[in-house]
Structures are given as C-alpha cells and as structure tokens.
Design a protein around this ligand. Structure first.
Ligand SMILES: NC(=O)C1=CN([C@@H]2O[C@H](COP(=O)(O)OP(=O)(O)OC[C@H]3O[C@@H](n4cnc5c(N)ncnc54)[C@H](OP(=O)(O)O)[C@@H]3O)[C@@H](O)[C@H]2O)C=CC1
Ligand SMILES: CC(=O)N[C@@H](CCC(=O)OP(=O)(O)O)C(=O)O
Length: 353
C-alpha cells in the first residue's frame, strides 16, 4: 500500500494527457502517493517510456485494468478514460471502498436520459450515478466534500460556467440570452491520433465545430445553468479549435436585465461571488485575460466588461484545459473530499510567457 501517512492513489488512463497531468500534479502533492497506473494499449510498458521527461520521478509500470488489484492497492482512483468506460469501472471500485474521481462525461449528468441522447449508451449503474456529485468546486464545494464519486467537468464547460455563474445565480441576464464563443488548444482532443488534430490540419487554421447546439457540451452547460437559475436555460455555445497546444478562452455575451448596471457593478458582483474561491481571479476593470496567464496552473482568470450601447455584459474566461479544465479540477475535488486545503499540491504560477 506504500507510505501509510499518504493516501494511495491510482490513475486509470495514465498514458493519456489527463493521465500525465495527474502524474505531474500528484507527484508533487504532499498527502498523496501514486501506487498504480493503468491503461489499455500501453499496458505492460514502463510509464517513463511514454513520457521520458518524467523518468527521474516515477518508475511505475502501466498495468492492465484489474479492478480487484486496483481496489486492493488504492484508496482513491482517478479515471481518465474515453466516455463510456468509467460507468463500467466506478461501481465496482466504490463497492470495494475506493473514492472515485472521473474526468469523463459519465457522471456529469443529473438526468441519464440526457447522457443517453448525447453519448449513446443505456446505463446499468443508475443508482450509483445518482450519488455522483458534479465536480465544480466553485459551485458545489459542500457536496463534493461529502462525496465518494465525482464527475468532474471538462475544459469548455468549466471555462463557460465560471464566466456565467454569477449572472445566472443572481438573475442578472435576460432568459436564454447567453452566447458562449469558446476556443480550445488541440490538447483538448486528447493524445490519441485524430485527423483534425494533425499539425497539417490544425496549424495556421481556425474553425468552429458543433455549431447550433450540436456539441455535447451544450446540454452539460445548460444543465448547470438551469440548476443555478432555478428554471430551464438555453445557451448558444460555439467551440473553435485553434492552433496552440493548450489553453481555453471562453468569451461569454449576455443581455443585462438592468440597463443601469455598469462594469464596476459587475466586477463587484463577481468579486463577491468568488470571494471564497481561491482558484478564480476576477480582474480589475479594463483588464482582459490571455490563455498564457493560466497555462500550467489551476487558475481561472475572468475579465468583466459592459457595453452600454448594446446593454450586454461580456465576460472573458481563461483556463488551462488540462489543469483547471481536467486534472487540476480532479485534484481540487480530491482535496475537498479528503478535508484538505483546496489549494494543496496545485500550481498557482504560470510558466508565462
Ligand atoms: N484533453 C482535455 O483537455 C480534456 C479531456 N477530458 C476528458 O478526460 C478523459 C481523458 O482525456 P485525455 O486524457 O485527453 O484522453 P487521451 O486520449 O489522451 O487518453 C485516453 C486514455 O484512456 C485509456 N484507455 C482507452 N481505452 C481504454 C480501455 N478500454 N481501458 C483502459 N484504458 C483505456 C488510454 O490508454 P492506452 O493509451 O493505454 O490505450 C489513455 O490512457 C476523456 O473522457 C476526455 O473527454 C476532460 C477535460 C479536458
Ligand atoms: C479540442 C477538442 O477536441 N475538444 C474536445 C473537448 C474535450 C473535453 O474536454 O471534453 P470533456 O470536457 O467532455 O471531457 C471536444 O470538443 O470534444
């Protein structure tokens, strides 16, 4: 089991981008020991052969998935897998006493009919799924701290929701007026080969996809927006792939109900909303964030503006898609589940420029 003073952690999907970020973050975490790495096609290889730059700090093998073995070794298991796999593994791990943090979409939906519509599969773990907590600490901190199973939101959704939440929670914007224009680096598509992520396709190019409500993140964003607002909310979400490796910028536009609100009012509201959220930084008036500020950190920077000609609020939200948008979010949730400081083991200084 390793060092008894540390919590033993396993990472399933260690060879992927989420996996390697988890290894990086958890190797530096003072209360954690990584004891197990699991994978599929990479099983049987030493982890350092996939990521030689980490050979000086981790010498574990990637193992084939064996739930009994994982549960016998690990108190906590991160699942960083394609959609549709965690829901097969998590119930068994929970039954054997592990805490589980899933980075895929399997445990993000309050209504499994919505999951089925967008992800295509009927679920056999309905009772377990109903115990999952949506892993966005800025909104569901108390529930996360009591949970055994977390469905962590991903990159686009995290950037979008952190921009929108104060507006929805306080009823400041006209119904269904929110437009999210989001841009992601190519690492958002994972490490597995995909044609649209090839350098020759993605370099020197920018394009939208999943337009007009056709991206699977639209229902996920709407689910949480509706929860915050207390009624059904629709959003216009347009993702774009841009030629950089990591980072997300989501620029959100919405019509203010009160035409008298100015930028400083909104900044005061945002600052108050996030006063206990150490990973969200609301910027001073006239300052707009860039992705590099968040790169390598678990931070979200929010720039807030009002256009009084159009009566729209404009919120710019940046995160590192692989940290606050994925592995860092998971570690932040782990900290809460274990009763540790929410900031423990997580990077707060970017490697700017
Ligand atoms: N990339 C991003 O910015 C974000 C991704 N996510 C989500 O996180 C999850 C992981 O993403 P990411 O790390 O980018 O993906 P990658 O494609 O980089 O990695 C996928 C991992 O899953 C493993 N895997 C695939 N099939 C199986 C299987 N049958 N059994 C065991 N392991 C398997 C792979 O192992 P092997 O190599 O051994 O085959 C690999 O380690 C996804 O659900 C994704 O949607 C969430 C937020 C942001
Ligand atoms: C650039 C790119 O391909 N991005 C992915 C989002 C990856 C991700 O984070 O998905 P989850 O949040 O659902 O895990 C996409 O658009 O599907």
């Amino acid at each position: 089991m390793g060092d008894a003073k540390r919590v033993s952690v396993g990472i399933v999907g260690a060879s992927g981008y989420g996996g390697v970020q988890l290894v990086r973050l958890l190797q530096d975490h003072p209360n954690v020991e990584i004891v197990y790495l699991g994978g599929d096609s990479s099983a049987g290889k030493p982890f350092y052969t996939l990521y030689p730059h980490l050979s000086h700090c981790i010498d574990l093998m990637i193992e084939p998935i064996d739930i009994d073995k994982i549960a016998s070794q690990c108190q906590v298991v991160f699942l960083s897998l394609p959609n549709g796999l965690a829901c097969k593994m998590a119930p068994q791990l929970l039954e054997k006493g592990c805490k589980v943090l899933d980075l895929s979409a399997d445990y993000r939906f309050f209504n499994l009919e919505t999951y089925k519509k967008w992800y295509g599969s009927e679920r056999e773990d309905k009772a377990i799924a109903s115990t999952a907590v949506y892993g966005l600490p800025e909104l569901y901190r108390d529930r996360i701290s009591q949970a055994q199973l977390i469905g962590c939101p991903g990159c686009y959704v995290t950037a979008s929701l952190l921009a929108l939440s104060p507006l929805l929670k306080q009823g400041l914007i006209a119904t269904d007026s929110a437009i999210i224009d989001a841009k992601s680096g190519t690492s958002g598509g994972g490490r597995q080969a995909k044609t649209n992520l090839l350098h020759a396709e993605a370099d020197n190019a920018i394009s939208a996809y999943g337009v007009a409500g056709h991206h699977r993140h639209t229902p996920e964003i709407e689910q949480i927006c509706s929860d915050l607002a207390g009624h059904d909310v629709k959003v216009q979400f347009t993702p774009h792939l841009i030629p950089m490796a990591r980072g997300i910028l989501a620029t959100v536009y919405a019509t203010l109900r009160d035409p008298g609100l100015v930028r400083e009012d909104l900044i005061t509201i945002y600052t108050a909303f996030y006063r206990n959220a150490p990973w969200v930084k609301v910027l001073p008036g006239g300052t707009y964030p860039q992705t590099k500020w968040a790169c390598g950190t678990n931070l979200c920077y929010l720039g807030v503006e009002v256009d009084q000609r159009t009566n729209r609020v404009i919120v710019m939200s940046v995160i590192d898609n692989l940290i606050k948008g994925q592995a860092g979010q998971g570690v932040q949730c782990l900290n809460l589940m274990m009763g540790w400081d929410e900031m423990l083991g997580l990077p707060k200084l970017s490697f700017y420029p």
